[in-house]
Design a protein around this ligand. Structure first.
Ligand code: GLA
Length: 375
């Protein structure tokens, strides 16, 4: 069952029980459970010199925990999730997962490439969402520890077969997670294909900077470096036009609490049930954050950097307390927010949107960084 990559891994990474060796390595792994097909899942812990700790499992490449300090140096978990594999297998709303092959929606689960129409699962209101019934959030990713100058790093790999979930081409996907000593969670995605296809990979971590999700995220102050956003219809498919944020509750060019305008009677807030839209990122002025989130009580500050043209800001509108997460915490409405860096929704059907086509011989390559500090 174990692949070559995993065997190599076993040699490099000491067993979790061997605590001395674990401390030296900065990456530890422990058994995390078994998938219905018998595949063993492991949880990897990355630790940096400041004690920041990131945990990742093979299933879905899910980030199960991310502990960062508050303004007093207290380390707490800032991501939603479950205490065990069972939770992730039992209908998780993409907590912490890698999303692919196409993050976000594709209208009616159809798109055409070179005259050929491809049909995908209609798994969300008659639309295709987040890669289908068994997207990248629900597959087993091989994980290997890789050397990186910046801090502990893992390479996650998955080969998606030709026509898997209806998408053409064998897609070799690679996602590298690095935890730097600057308290950054860096993600690098690459993919190659043997047939023309579409790709849009992202990460679906739900953040709650209060630490251990003490309350909802309505007081979190969000900044989005975007002059326009992508309006959607009632099934959350883009209308095809972009809209100026100026004069609307979608203007986050100055940091604003999520709760300040989320319940306004704005047509786009009503269709989204709150914020659940792609913002068109202004070309980053060299190295500036495209988005940030500040939580005033803990002082935690999150900045997002990306090479992607858009960011889906989703404020947990569909959470309703029925999902019971870590330590019995029933995640109520707006208990977490996602900042999914990606291309615009439904790009395969929208000729005016930046292309998501990947050809054989090309390498899809994008990077996103989530940087934590306090103020
Ligand atoms: C995305 C979508 C939302 C919702 C969540 C998962 O962020 O944009 O509409 O489907 O995933 O619940």
């Amino acid at each position: 069952m174990m692949s070559q990559a995993c065997k190599k891994n076993d040699e490099k990474i000491p067993a979790a029980a061997d605590t001395t060796a674990v401390a030296a390595s900065a990456v530890a792994k422990v058994a995390y459970g078994t998938l219905p097909d018998g595949q063993a899942v492991e949880e990897y812990t990355l630790k940096n010199k400041n004690g920041v700790e990131l945990k990742v499992i093979n299933y879905g490449g899910i980030v199960t925990s991310l502990k960062v300090p508050d303004k007093n140096g207290v380390l707490e978990d800032v991501v939603l999730g479950f205490d065990s594999l069972k939770g992730y297998l039992g209908g998780s709303p993409y907590f912490g997962a890698i999303v692919g092959r196409y993050g976000n929606r594709i209208a009616k689960g159809k798109f055409t490439l070179d005259g050929q129409t491809y049909t995908l699962a209609q798994n969300n209101n008659g639309q295709h969402l987040h890669g289908g019934l068994k997207g990248f959030d629900k597959v087993y990713w091989h994980i290997a520890e890789v050397p990186a100058a910046e801090g502990p790093s893992l390479k996650l790999t998955y080969t998606s077969k030709d026509m898997e979930e209806g998408y053409p081409g064998t897609l070799q996907a690679e996602v590298t997670y690095t935890l730097t000593d600057n308290n950054e969670f860096k993600i690098a995605y690459t993919a190659t294909t043997d047939k023309k296809t579409v790709v849009n990979l992202t990460q679906h971590t739900y953040f709650n900077l209060t630490g251990n999700a003490k309350r909802d995220i309505l007081d979190h102050q969000v900044m989005l470096h975007a002059d326009k956003f992508v309006p959607v219809d009632k099934v959350l498919i883009p209308t095809g036009k972009l809209k100026d944020v100026a004069g609307t509750p979608f203007d986050f060019r100055t940091a604003t609490a999520v709760g300040q305008r989320v319940n306004e009677k704005d047509e786009q807030l009503i269709v989204g049930g709150g914020y659940d839209h792609a913002w068109v990122l202004s070309p980053a002025d060299s190295g500036k954050a495209v988005a940030s989130v500040y939580e005033p009580t803990s002082g935690r500050f999150l900045e997002v950097y990306t090479t992607e043209p858009a960011i889906q800001f989703y404020c947990g509108n569909f959470l309703d307390g029925t999902v019971v997460g870590k330590q019995g915490n029933a995640y109520a409405k707006r208990f977490g927010l996602c900042l999914e860096t990606e291309h615009y929704p439904d790009s395969p059907n929208q000729p005016s949107f930046p292309s998501v086509v990947l050809n054989p011989g090309e390498t899809y390559s994008t990077q996103t960084t989530y940087k934590f500090s306090t103020k």
